[in-house]
Write a protein that binds this ligand. Structure first.
Ligand SMILES: Nc1ncnc2c1ncn2[C@@H]1O[C@H](COP(=O)(O)OP(=O)(O)OP(=O)(O)O)[C@@H](O)[C@H]1O
Ligand SMILES: [Mg+2]
Length: 352
């Protein structure tokens, strides 16, 4: 009644190398980056997307929250594609939400390969069914209890309340809507691949008309490059990681270390696309590739992938249409932009 603002949701991306936090606001008709921070994690605190050392992770999250300056007390997190199962099922549109829930609980065991007491389950009506005028499509999402609970506990120990747990693929779909505007015809009718190459994981998402149709995760990432630098120049892991980002390494770094990594990254993305084509009967081409994740910042990787695949390739920047709040440093933000897609998709959930 007095125009009290809804309390903001902090987007929290718990990944294998860092914890990322992002808070967005809505100003005028644009998103505004209110606060953000990226805080490193010790090696093996998170392995692939499994939280192995919860204390280290909540410690890093607490530091990230403090450094970001956010006042948000509630947060949104995501579980990875590999640890979630999603299914589209249809129900008569005459059912109330309550009846639908009862029905889903009755039928869920047909869709989920785990005992129901071991999973967290949620559903959302996504729209009318294409084949039955009296039915709606419902997206059922399930994740093993331990994946969800490990994340909500880390948040609680860092002083945050987990308001929402999303599935990474849908978070990416949400974040893509920020970029779609820059595509030809606003992305309408396009088949777009987003390759998220992080520290240890590479995930390929394929979206048609802005909707996720395929997601596949594999182990490949920038940590391999850091380890190559370590070996080649006798540096510590931390030194190697820093030198890689700042690009201050001896002259032979380019040809001897970086170039071979770029080749294997290109091969990884190309093979992931080939896998998608062979798994799909419907889609046999891609109109555009978007590179996301920290490895998208490697100089010239977009050109190399574009050349190899023959498909136009760009680098994800979820912030390109946003304004920046007073607390945010533009240089740091633009360096981190390609790796902030998941955090952005989560922070956007504030405005659902
Ligand atoms: N400018 C840069 N040049 C080269 N590599 C970079 C650059 N910036 C970041 N990276 C690398 O990107 C990786 C981190 O990317 P990102 O933040 O997407 O990973 P993550 O989300 O923590 O990992 P994952 O998704 O695999 O769990 C690190 O290996 C980091 O060294
Ligand atoms: Mg990541």
């Amino acid at each position: 009644m007095f125009g009290r603002k809804k309390s903001p949701l902090l987007g929290v991306d718990i990944s294998s190398s860092v914890v990322k936090v992002l808070e967005l606001a809505w100003k005028g008709n644009k998103y505004c980056v209110e606060s953000y921070a990226v805080e490193p994690l010790p090696v093996n605190a998170v392995v692939e997307s499994r939280i192995e050392n919860a204390d280290e992770v909540s410690g890093a999250l607490k530091r990230a929250v403090k450094r970001s300056g956010t006042k948000a007390k509630e947060a949104a997190v995501a579980v990875s594609a590999n640890s979630a199962i999603t299914k589209i099922i249809s129900f008569p549109d005459s059912l109330s939400e309550r009846e639908m829930e009862d029905q889903i609980m009755l039928e869920a065991e047909n869709y989920i390969p785990y005992p129901l007491e071991e999973v967290r389950l949620d559903f959302e009506v996504v729209g009318p069914s294409a084949v039955d005028a009296n039915a709606v499509n419902v997206l059922l999402a399930a994740s093993r209890r331990e994946n969800v609970d490990a994340r909500t506990e880390v948040l609680e120990n860092a002083g945050l309340k987990a308001k929402l747990v999303d599935v990474e693929a849908y978070t990416m779909e949400n974040a893509y809507s920020l970029i779609a505007k820059q595509m030809p015809h606003y992305g309408e009718g396009l088949t777009v691949a987003i390759a998220d190459v992080g520290a240890t994981l590479t995930t390929l998402h394929v979206l048609v008309d802005g909707k996720i149709v395929f997601t596949r995760e594999q182990t490949f990432g920038g940590r391999m490059l850091t380890e190559d630098i370590e070996r080649h120049y006798g540096m510590s892991y931390q030194e190697a990681g820093r030198a890689k980002k700042e690009n201050n390494l001896p002259d032979d770094y380019g040809p001897k270390v970086l170039e071979p990594f770029k080749r294997s990254m290109t091969t990884t993305v190309t093979r992931a696309l080939q896998f998608f084509f062979s798994a799909s009967t419907q889609y046999q081409s891609i109109d555009h590739i978007i590179l996301a994740g920290g490895c998208a910042s490697i100089k010239g990787i977009d050109a190399m992938i574009e050349e190899e695949t023959g498909t136009s390739t760009s680098i994800a920047n979820p912030f390109s249409e946003m304004v920046l709040g007073a607390k945010v440093k533009i240089q740091a933000l633009s360096n981190d932009a390609p790796s902030m897609m998941i955090a952005s998709g989560l922070a956007m959930r504030s405005f659902d």
